[in-house]
Design a protein around this ligand. Sequence first.
Ligand code: NAD
Ligand code: DAU
Length: 355
Amino acid sequence: MILVTGGAGFIGANFVLDWLAQSDEPVLNLDKLTYAGNLENLASLQGDPRHVFVRGDIADGELVTALLRQHRPRAILHFAAESHVDRSIHAPGQFVQTNVQGTYTLLEAARAHLATLDAGEREAFRFLHVSTDEVYGTLAPQDPPFSETTPYAPNSPYAASKAASDHLVRAWHHTYGLPTLTTNCSNNYGPFQFPEKLIPLMIANALAGKPLPVYGDGQQVRDWLYVGDHCAAIRRVLEAGRPGEVYNVGGSSEMANLDVVGSLCDILDRLVPAAGSRRKQISFVADRPGHDRRYAIDARKIERELGWRPAHSFAAGLEDTVRWYLAHQDWVSHVQSGAYLEWVERNYGKRGDAS
Ligand code: NAD
Ligand code: DAU
């Protein structure tokens, strides 16, 4: 079996669902169920013996060690993290705890686990660390996209905590020979993304007739990738990636935030016509402190070495995503709990406009 951490979150849940749709190899899913983890994402697996869910913290070394001893997975796919940049600005401590201490705990447990395997099992074992393009910092408009050799320059507490975890993974390979793989991916979107992130937040607010809060001038650029394409990249890296290597994963789909929000308004206006265009709901608010201006990924290495490339265009993926959220309004209202409302008040309540 494989051990997935954070498999009740956005990308982790998509990964587990895709994995079990294509393979009968069981998944042991370790997730703390923070505000971002939601078993409803995995409801279609209820009663499926191939999915074993354990609620727990990756920073709990005893638990992780016991799970590895009991289930003897052939691979660890590490998705669990605190993932939202704005939350890391308000409260960075949990990001250091989960992303740094939690990754360290997993690496140590994996190292001890490796020593218990026979030569064949040890040869096949992999620790795949799911990371982000934000570790590389920010790009000017004419800069080439981030490659695997771009120097690290993280700018937010979230990015710094992920950069630290990447360094730990690298060191555990070089020093202890742990067969690690690291993926650094650009912005994902698609089903089950928590509505604190740009695309699902804008869909929810647009439908509710609320303002669409665009930070600063809205000209920050992100490289968007459909989550199913990210999951396919991870499966491919697990299958054929070279231990110790890093693979950048991206959509080659750069868009300014304001254009993303405008496109969402147009799709919604077409699918669910309202009195006027939802573009009128766009509201420029104070910028995110330290806001990175542009991310873009050079994904030529994973394409050249492993034959992966994204299957979804941004236009098609965005429309599919809007349709998914329209069809899953119950899911949205369930995650918009009291804690969600407190977050919205904290991040947007006293923000003021962009001027
Ligand atoms: P998410 O916030 O939606 O989900 C994170 C999951 O991890 C949740 O289920 C949560 O309960 C769980 N978790 C958090 N702390 C934990 C802990 N201490 N122990 C066990 N479980 C814990 O995040 P996501 O967007 O699905 O991101 C998954 C991974 O992919 C992260 O490592 C993130 O850095 C990386 N990533 C995300 C994106 C993106 O656009 N969302 C892009 C590139 C990389
Ligand atoms: O690049 C990969 C990263 O993408 C992942 O590592 C992170 O886990 C993921 O959260 C995402 O980070 P971003 O900060 O780019 O995503 P977010 O959805 O928070 O914001 C996308 C852009 O939209 C960013 O420039 C900030 C802007 N934004 C966001 C929100 C929530 C707004 O203008 N208004 C908003 O209300």
